[in-house]
Ligand binder design. Structure first.
Ligand SMILES: NC(=O)c1ccc[n+]([C@@H]2O[C@H](COP(=O)([O-])OP(=O)(O)OC[C@H]3O[C@@H](n4cnc5c(N)ncnc54)[C@H](OP(=O)(O)O)[C@@H]3O)[C@@H](O)[C@H]2O)c1
Length: 225
């Protein structure tokens, strides 16, 4: 199996951190970014500096994100895969009762930062015929009453399909991950009977480790119950 260099956004907790752990245990190297420097530091001490480097930044700041991607590519020598996973929800549901400030902040990370991550990483992925992976959601595949979060994940889903066609032109691959409810700090209460972040990490590792001829376009995971 080929060792890959994988940059992960939203790597400080939940799905991103579990994916980093899975990839390192499978022999890959990871570049981790998120805002929480303390959490990233803990992950780096767990995985070791040989396998893991950290780049604290706010992904909604395009110049900070561009610098993170450049620095990671320079330090590891290349990028084989970028996993755009950073995102958040809102605490006020619905459209009529929604909070505009919350929407702006959520759309900035769920949509704008996703686009920045793709734009800034494509030149590096082109060099390796690499792979872009993004976290949409089951909420981006279903109708949810008044949900702006769900609509942001529909955007992510559609963007992933379109990006796959653009990347195909030079032998690149794009994978959209659509999980149902996952037990992560995304929720205030534990969701122990739902998907665990390790289940999503397994899906990401499957997409990354698939043969280059096999462009895994999407993976849709739901809790069994
Ligand atoms: N949990 C679920 O049920 C579920 C289901 C489907 C899809 N998803 C999606 O999965 C992704 C990961 O979520 P999770 O469930 O693992 O929740 P989480 O544990 O809350 O992780 C969210 C990650 O995004 C990062 N992040 C948020 N805002 C950021 C910003 N402005 N700049 C940089 N990083 C930022 C957070 O890091 P910092 O706070 O350290 O910056 C954190 O690492 C999200 O896109 C979410 O929408 C979740």
């Amino acid at each position: 199996m080929h060792q890959k260099i994988v940059l992960i956004t939203g790597a400080s907790s939940g799905i991103g951190a579990a994916t980093a752990k899975k990839l390192v245990s499978n022999g890959h190297k990871v570049a981790l970014t998120a805002r929480s420097e303390g959490k990233l530091n803990k992950l780096m001490s767990q995985f070791g500096r040989e396998a893991c480097r950290i780049y604290p930044a706010d992904a909604t700041d395009p110049s900070a994100l561009e610098a993170v991607i450049k620095q990671a590519a320079d330090e590891f020598g290349k990028l084989d895969c970028v996993f755009a996973n950073a995102g958040k929800g809102v605490s006020t549901p619905g459209t009529e009762n929604g909070d505009i400030k919350e929407w702006q902040s959520m759309l900035n990370i769920n949509i704008n930062a996703l686009l920045y991550t793709a734009k800034f990483s494509l030149p590096y992925l082109k060099k390796t015929k690499g792979q872009f992976i993004l976290t949409s959601s089951a909420a981006g595949r279903a109708t949810l009453k008044g949900s702006i979060y769900g609509a942001s994940k529909w955007f992510a889903y559609g963007f992933g399909q379109n990006l796959a066609e653009e990347m195909k032109e030079w032998g690149g691959r794009c994978t959209t991950i659509c999980p149902g409810m996952v037990n992560t700090p995304f929720f205030d209460e534990p969701k122990e009977d739902k998907l665990q972040p390790e289940d999503v990490a397994d899906a990401v590792a499957f997409a990354i480790e698939a043969e280059h001829r096999n462009s895994v376009r999407e993976i849709y995971l739901m809790p069994t119950n």
